[in-house]
Design a protein around this ligand. Structure first.
Ligand code: AMP
Length: 615
């Protein structure tokens, strides 16, 4: 249905209330995860004496369906690749469509319905696990570890996410926490957390602009911050949730396959070997190994050639973040390196060259994010009053308008929390429902952005087209998670709305998952998507009949009959409960009716303009 944007209003909402008990900071990483907590004012990584605090973000399901996480799971990676899930974070909030080139060679099976964007599951034996469930397994393991080492219950946490995570991915992270029995008090961006760890204890008189370059296993983020009198203000952020050390490993493995025609080793094993080569080459000039009877090598020069495209992509993001911050390179005082991949000398040098400054890597890049999360947890616990964090939203938020265009309501790099609204109106006389599709992203056409959900405003009092004044408000909380509200302002009717997350899990689904098994059979998935298709079809049939009735004065007989034929077809498919046919029928109807809907809009506008102006 067409919609007309009219004006913008902005306002602010307040920070949430403080908590008082021990709150841990969790870095839920693609490759490794870790927990930190503040003791005597200082952030510490939670670890057993003499051991690393890193918990590999790997989940193994054994024959009996039991789950192990961490080092124990990592040991199973090469022997049971199909039951051992790594990089689950890369799957968070994604559809099968997003993963096109990624699913091959993973070792485990990802399934999804090509036609249904919402479904993405990992299949182990006859069970299906969604990425939220998988991440919750890691968080559960971290919780248990923290409780054992701290000798007390841990129920509250601050968790970090890549700055470039969208709303769906943030919601998925929060849901994973909930499933693990953790109340996620705040989600903060990884580079922002790193800057907190770096800035902990620095002189309050210091005024600095810093760049945090964060290249981990699966994601890349760059943030530019301004620090002054304890206020950490994020000026801009950019990145890629599908770029990291993993890509270097894949590039090396592919290079070996091409060079040595290796076809006897599973890709996951070769990738494992590639990671070893990468780490070796961070301090050595050549890597050699044996695959079956073939000697394979990788020298530093070739390694750097393979890394280069990935490094260049990160530098493009750096430039974009600098542009958005409106600062010149020369205004950046410090460059902080975060993430395991920044151990590669080529990367350190490339970043130093780009910013024309030395890079700062004094804090262990594996630990710096979790340490920052612990500081934020300490702030929320009410123990720190000297630091204030002002973060931004990485991606623009808006709705679809006529012609599939993106109408941005909250632009990217807006400070959070924030509320912003816009007024819309109806396009058809007597229209009582308004369906709004919500998107996140920077492209002009919504089809190139991420759909977050739909908002259905019901029970608008019947009025001529263009007369209702419907305010749609977006509220972004400090975690970067959005809620939406709507009100028809002329009649002050606050009407019910539903915002359904496209890729996440609804509250009802969460309850079911919490109660019984977290495994959904394929049949369940099919029936859910059939149900959704049916609901949509019923709604569209109703509104189409209304459309015909309201516009019969100018619709031709052929147009009316064709519309009715399409509707009859869909009704038949509904009876047959054929999901694919229903969706195809709806698409055909949409293709045919879109020009008619636009014509109806033009007519409504014409009518309104003759005699009165639109609002
Ligand atoms: P993170 O997501 O921050 O834990 O980073 C994990 C990534 O860092 C993985 O791709 C690792 O292979 C990579 N990594 C860890 N240590 C090194 C190293 N010494 N040299 C190169 N890459 C490393």
């Amino acid at each position: 249905m067409p919609r007309i944007p009219i004006n913008i209003q902005e306002g602010k909402i307040q920070e949430e209330s403080k908590a008082s008990e021990i709150i841990v900071g969790i870095d839920l990483g693609t490759t490794n995860s870790l927990i930190a907590f503040v003791k005597d004012g200082q952030p510490n990584i939670l670890k057993e004496h003499g051991k690393s605090g890193l918990v590999p973000s790997i989940i193994h399901f054994n024959d009996n369906g039991e789950v192990v996480v961490g080092n124990e799971a990592k040991e199973k990676l090469s022997t049971y690749p199909e039951r051992t899930i790594y990089s689950a974070k890369r799957l968070m909030g994604k559809s099968i469509h997003d993963l096109e080139n990624y699913v091959d060679g993973l070792g485990y099976t990802i399934i999804g319905d090509e036609k249904d964007e919402k479904l993405l599951k990992v299949k182990v034996d006859d069970k299906f696990y969604n990425p939220i469930t998988l991440s919750s397994k890691i968080l559960s393991a971290l919780k248990i570890k923290a409780e054992a080492l701290l000798d007390q219950k841990v129920t509250k946490a601050v968790i970090t996410v890549p700055a470039y995570f969208n709303d769906t991915q943030r919601q998925a992270t929060r849901q994973a926490g909930k499933l693990a029995g953790l109340d996620i008090l705040r989600i903060i961006n990884e580079p922002t957390a790193a800057s907190l760890a770096y800035g902990n204890g620095i002189d309050l008189d210091v005024v600095e602009n810093i760049a945090v370059y964060d290249l981990g296993g699966g994601t890349f983020d760059i943030s530019i911050l301004h620090i002054e009198r304890g206020i950490f203000e994020v000026l801009s952020t950019h990145g890629d949730t599908f770029l990291g050390g993993d890509d270097i490993d894949i590039a090396i493995a592919n290079y070996w396959i091409e060079t040595y025609s290796i076809d006897t080793l599973a890709f996951s094993d070769l990738k494992y070997l590639a990671e070893a080569a990468k780490i070796h080459l961070s301090t050595n000039s050549i890597f050699k190994s044996q695959v079956n009877d073939i000697e394979i090598t990788l020298d530093l020069k070739q390694f750097e050639t393979l890394c280069n495209p990935i490094v260049q992509k990160t530098l493009q993001s750096c430039q974009q973040a600098l542009n958005d911050s409106k600062l010149d390179k020369s205004a950046i005082n410090k460059i902080i390196m975060v993430g395991g991949s920044t151990r590669i000398p080529l990367i350190k040098n490339a970043v130093a060259n780009f910013f024309e400054n030395d890079v700062y890597d004094a804090i262990n890049p594996d630990e710096v994010v979790a340490l920052g999360a612990a500081i934020q947890a300490d702030i929320l616990a009410g123990n720190r009053k000297d630091i204030l964090l002002l973060d931004v939203t990485p991606l623009s938020l808006g709705i679809e308008t006529v012609g599939g265009l993106m109408d941005t309501i909250i632009p990217r790099n807006s400070k959070v929390p924030i509320g912003a609204g816009r007024n819309y109106t109806t396009s058809i006389d007597g229209q009582t429902n308004l369906k709004v599709s919500i998107y996140q992203g920077e492209r002009d056409l919504v089809k190139d952005n991420r759909k977050l959900g739909e908002l259905l405003l019901k029970n608008i009092p019947p009025m001529p087209a263009g007369i209702p004044k419907i305010e749609i408000k977006f509220m972004l909380d400090p975690d970067g998670i959005m809620t939406v509200s709507a009100e028809e302002l002329r009649t002050q009717t606050k009407t019910s709305i539903t915002l359904q997350s496209q890729y996440g899990v609804s509250e009802e689904e969460m309850a079911i998952m919490l109660l019984d098994s977290i495994n959904n059979a394929e049949a369940d998935m099919q029936s859910r998507s059939l149900q959704e298709a049916k609901t949509e079809a019923v709604m569209i049939i109703q509104s189409s009949h209304k459309f015909i009735k309201q516009n019969q004065s100018w619709l031709s007989e052929l147009e009316i009959n064709t519309l009715k034929d399409y509707l009859k077809l869909i009704e038949n498919f509904l009876k047959e409960e054929d999901k694919d046919a229903i969706l195809q029928g709806l698409e055909n109807l949409n293709t045919f009716s879109r020009p008619l809907a636009e014509k109806a809009l033009d007519k409504a506008v014409e009518q309104n303009l003759s005699g009165k102006s639109i609002l």
